[in-house]
Design a protein around this ligand. Structure first.
Ligand code: DSN
Length: 440
């Protein structure tokens, strides 16, 4: 970054500091990962200079002969990797991709049924209050049981009584497999379209270690920067089933992305997406995906042996949620204390959490990024013990009953944990350990 250092020293220095931070910590937010150097070279390339509104051979700008080829390669690789007849690689990210699917296939006011945010769904899956998906559509939300698992019989009863136009099957904090086949059966009885949001698990599905929804659903979308390990972006796929239901589904999705919602695609990102799909075709990536699952399962076993509660009692995928209600400490404080120890997670609601989302009772963590750095079973055992140690260190902090005291309480405790000698000492140990596993 020699030029950047000259032109804008401040930004260059901050990027350098962030690079060091990424090297120093165990990145365990399950939606984060490390893109390869090849992906980052594509994203940082001169393709950022180009405008190419439209689609290959149908652009509104001249000079797109190479961009056309790049986008077509990305589309063909997506189709091949997931086995679908149609792919759109232009969505800027997950929320725009979900918006486009709704705009393309639903009339305003249509009914969407999606998993509740607090149960591990996503805001755009029909949160009734704070997103477009709840404002411009009628929404009905399904929930998990107190054990954290979706009861498919209940989901079926709810769908039959609500008759949603679209069922969204997808999660951001759900550690169990999704029953694609059963959802299809339900949707066939209610006449609903099915959208699979596989943002978290796309890389694991493409590698064949988790079941693909493609044979069962109409549309699939995913972000490309999580387990897919590409740049920040998203893809929408239309399946054979989708085309059978509506032969124009592909065209409708494309039109909803451009000109419906977006302007010019980010061609540098499209190139990065093409590269990550090429990487995903390799045996090395398939081995990576297998190891992500092995690591997650082992880590959840170790944490449970340490006496911690994992929602649903374990994991089938790359993530887990620790329920801190038995310890009576909130996720915010544990997440901050873990950061002092150089372990980075996010605080999260647990199923049927009685605490508000600002002060939830859990933390969410996963293995995609640490597995990219080459960590395996031996390392999971160490990490599980460290996490448990950190929780023990902050277990005595109790959220005040009075709402007006809570914000100040969290601020004060967070200030205290950054002075905690034990946590700071552990932070040094974790940093030395993390540095042994280079970033791509
Ligand atoms: N922000 C993503 C996650 O962390 O799961 C979902 O969009």
């Amino acid at each position: 970054m020699t030029k950047l250092l000259k032109i804008d020293t401040h930004i260059a220095k901050l990027i350098k500091l962030e690079t060091d931070r990424q090297k120093d910590v165990l990145e365990m937010i399950p939606s984060e990962n490390y893109a390869s150097t090849a992906v980052r070279e594509a994203v940082g390339s001169i393709l950022t200079n180009k405008y190419s509104e439209g689609y290959a051979s149908r652009r509104y700008y001249q000079g797109n002969r190479y961009v056309d080829e790049i986008e077509l390669i990305a589309v063909e690789r997506a189709k091949k990797l997931f086995g679908t007849p149609h792919a759109n690689v232009q969505p800027y990210s997950g929320s725009p991709a979900n918006s486009a699917v709704y705009f393309a296939l639903l009339a305003p006011g249509a009914k969407i049924m999606g998993l509740k945010l607090s149960a591990g769904g996503h805001l755009t899956h029909g949160h009734p209050d704070v997103t477009f998906s709840g404002h411009y559509y009628k929404t009905v939300q399904y929930n998990v049981e107190p054990n954290g698992i979706i009861d498919m019989n209940k989901a079926e009863t709810q769908a039959k009584s609500e008759k949603p136009d679209m069922i969204v099957v997808g999660t951001t904090a759900y550690p169990r497999n999704l029953d694609w086949k059963r959802w299809r059966k339900i949707a066939d009885q209610t006449g609903s379209l099915v959208l699979a949001d596989i943002s978290h698990i796309a890389g694991l599905i493409s590698a064949g270690v988790l079941e693909s929804p493609v044979p069962y659903v109409d549309v699939v979308m995913f972000t490309t920067h999580k387990t897919m390990r590409g740049p920040r972006g998203a893809v929408i796929l239309v399946t054979e089933k989708g085309f059978k239901r509506d032969p124009d589904m592909g065209k409708k999705i494309d039109k909803a992305i451009f000109p419906g919602l977006q302007g010019g695609p980010h061609d540098n990102v499209t190139a990065g997406i093409a590269v990550c799909f090429k990487e995903a075709e390799t045996a090395a990536f398939r081995n990576y995906a297998k190891q992500v699952l092995v690591n997650a399962k082992l880590l959840s076993d170790v944490l449970q042996k340490e006496g911690l509660t994992i929602t649903t009692g374990g994991t089938d995928n790359h993530l887990m949620v620790i329920d801190l209600r038995p310890q009576k400490v909130i996720g915010n404080i544990v997440a901050e204390a873990l950061e002092v120890a150089n372990i980075v997670v996010n605080y999260n609601t647990v199923p049927h959490d009685s605490n508000p989302p600002m002060y939830p009772s859990g933390i969410r963590l996963g293995t995609p990024a640490i597995t990219t750095r080459g960590m395996k079973e031996r390392e999971m055992k160490k990490i599980g013990k460290w996490i448990s140690l950190v929780i023990q260190e902050v277990v005595h902090y109790r959220l005040p009953e009075a709402k007006e005291e809570r914000n100040k309480f969290v601020k004060n405790v967070n200030g205290e944990v950054w002075k905690n000698k034990k946590l700071l000492g552990l932070g040094k140990e974790v940093r030395t350990f993390a540095r042994k596993f280079p970033l791509p």
